[in-house]
Design a protein around this ligand. Structure first.
Ligand code: NAD
Ligand code: UGA
Length: 470
């Protein structure tokens, strides 16, 4: 057990975290075989696709690493049993959604996938195995994992007894910049109580991360730090979004305010872009979980404080929809509205909790006809997200939404266009080409503050921009 040399890693979960994280480990650690496993055969088949543009997730820089390492020391498979069996270290990177029913529904984490993974590790692992929490988990989950692992230490007749060490190694990557974040992390956090296990994981990261960026703590501090990092980031977004409304009401400009405030080095300039509220799979679920945990420990005021961050996020989206309807003469029924961007942020095809879903559903409820363009999100995904509002082209033209794969054609006959995702290609559009395509009076609603107001106005289109008081 001492000085454990890691030769074989297994990662359970081939998602937005498991895939890129393991690809980067494989890139820097040619001496380690990295096996990424998943219960979803379609996802694994996509990771093994010859055509790298079909990988299950879009992430700049990922294709190149997969091309370079796949089949050498990076493998994707559905064979969970054999890959756990040969692993010295197993990462748990499965999803940890919010519970949808029962005790804690809507707030607590549903740990069923973590529990299932722990049971599989407990069953198939051989000898001493280091189990690493990569998923974001409520503080104290490592105890649950330990309890499950230790319930089965029968070595099945093998000489070396089955034993485990559990580490918490939360992931801080952001989608769209995942590869860069993994290549150059601000810090790597490792929590644990087994020195040999901690050293083994530190050694892996030291292949490319400066040692003084690797922070080691106890288990509970590591687990909690991950939730709190996300809560602080989301809090900044809610804070700036409240101020965007105040700017609109007073004639101030949110970009100038954010710049002036962020230039104070104690505050910092990042995460001060006001917009349609935070999306993504994690902020909402992690803060909900923080609220749940705080209530669990009887800390009502703490829970209420963080709940407000979530409330402001929904409020910002609701106020955008109200504002759009109001500007369009109080009704959008049967009006054509172009939706520019559906992903929750640029440079990803991920739509989980995307503000676009909330806004589109509300507009559809108001009777609008939507035309949706996104450079990376598929029509199939949008159909899943918008549920029953499928495209229905009937003779009466009562269709609710359609998908467009041509950016400029998306504006044809539209009364308004709403920019929801800050894709770079939206920043320098040719407004004199767009204007004749739209029905007048036409409106542009720039929820991300990415468009050049003067150019839009010059083309004869009205524009509203978040946090812009004029
Ligand atoms: P994801 O849904 O993209 O991927 C999870 C994968 O786990 C899925 O492919 C699923 O099929 C698989 N899985 C579930 N149960 C399994 C089992 N028993 N055996 C094998 N495979 C199983 O999720 P994600 O976005 O990669 O997030 C994973 C975790 O990482 C979450 O806890 C999340 O909070 C955290 N996280 C996510 C991000 C992000 O940017 N997405 C960043 C940091 C941390
Ligand atoms: C976020 C964190 O940034 C990561 O550190 C963390 O690992 C991850 O969550 C996680 O745990 O899942 P991610 O959700 O991928 O990463 O993307 P962010 O860049 O944080 O953006 C989240 C949302 O906030 C997006 O909808 C984005 O558009 C919005 N946002 C971000 C703003 O509205 N304003 C900003 O200034 C920044």
């Amino acid at each position: 057990m001492l000085n454990k040399k890691i030769k074989n890693i297994c990662c359970i979960g081939a998602g937005y975290v498991g895939g890129p994280t393991m690809a980067v480990i494989a890139k820097y650690c040619h001496h380690i075989q990295v096996n990424v496993v998943d219960i979803n055969p379609d996802r694994i088949a996509k990771w093994n696709e010859h055509d790298l543009s079909n990988l299950p997730i879009y992430e700049p820089g990922l294709e190149e690493i997969v091309k370079e390492r796949r089949g050498k020391n990076l493998h994707f498979s559905t064979n969970i049993q054999s890959n756990i069996k040969k692993a010295d270290m197993v990462f748990i990177s499965v999803n940890t959604p919010t519970k949808s029913k029962g005790i804690g529904a809507g707030q607590a984490s549903d740990l069923k996938y973590v529990e299932a993974s722990s049971r599989e590790i407990s069953k198939y692992a051989e000898g001493f195995t280091i189990v690493v929490e990569k998923s974001t988990l409520p503080v104290k989950t490592a105890q649950t994992i330990k309890d499950i692992l230790e319930s089965n230490t029968d070595s099945g007749g093998l000489k070396e007894k089955k034993s485990f060490a559990v580490l918490s190694n939360p992931e801080f990557l952001a989608e769209g910049t995942a590869i860069n974040d993994l290549n150059n992390p601000d810090r790597v956090l490792i929590g644990g109580d087994n020195k040999e296990a901690i050293d083994a994981l530190v050694n892996i990261y030291s292949n490319w991360v400066d040692k003084n960026k690797v922070l080691t703590t106890d288990l509970w501090s590591a687990e909690l730090s991950k939730l709190i990092a996300n809560a602080f980031l989301a809090q900044r977004i809610s804070s700036i979004n409240t101020i965007s409304a105040l700017c609109e009401a007073t004639g101030a400009h949110i970009k100038d305010v954010a710049l002036a405030v962020g230039m104070d080095s104690r505050i910092g300039k990042y995460f001060l872009n006001s917009g349609p509220g935070f999306g993504g799979s994690c902020f909402k679920k992690d803060i909900s979980n923080l609220v749940y945990i705080s209530n669990h420990y009887g800390l009502t005021e703490v829970a209420e404080y963080w709940q407000k961050v979530l409330n402001i996020n929904t409020w910002q989206q609701e106020r955008f929809v109200e504002l759009i309807v109001k500007k369009m003469f109080g009704t959008i029924s049967s009006k054509k509205i172009t939706i520019m961007g559906f992903a929750f942020k640029s440079n990803t095809n991920d739509t989980r909790e995307s503000p676009a879903i909330f806004i589109c559903k509300k507009l559809l409820e108001e009777g609008a006809i939507l035309k949706i363009y996104d450079p990376k999100v598929s029509e199939e995904q949008i159909a899943k997200d918008l549920g029953n509002n499928k495209i229905q082209i009937s003779p009466k033209e009562n269709r609710s939404w359609s998908f467009s794969s041509s950016l400029y054609e998306t504006f044809i006959d539209s009364d308004a266009a709403i920019f929801i995702t800050a894709w770079e290609e939206f920043e320098n559009l040719n407004w004199s080409k767009i204007s004749p395509k739209m029905r007048k009076p036409a409106w542009i609603f720039d929820t991300r503050s990415i468009l050049k107001i003067d150019e839009v106005k010059k083309s004869g289109i009205n524009i509203w921009q978040v946090g812009c008081g004029t």
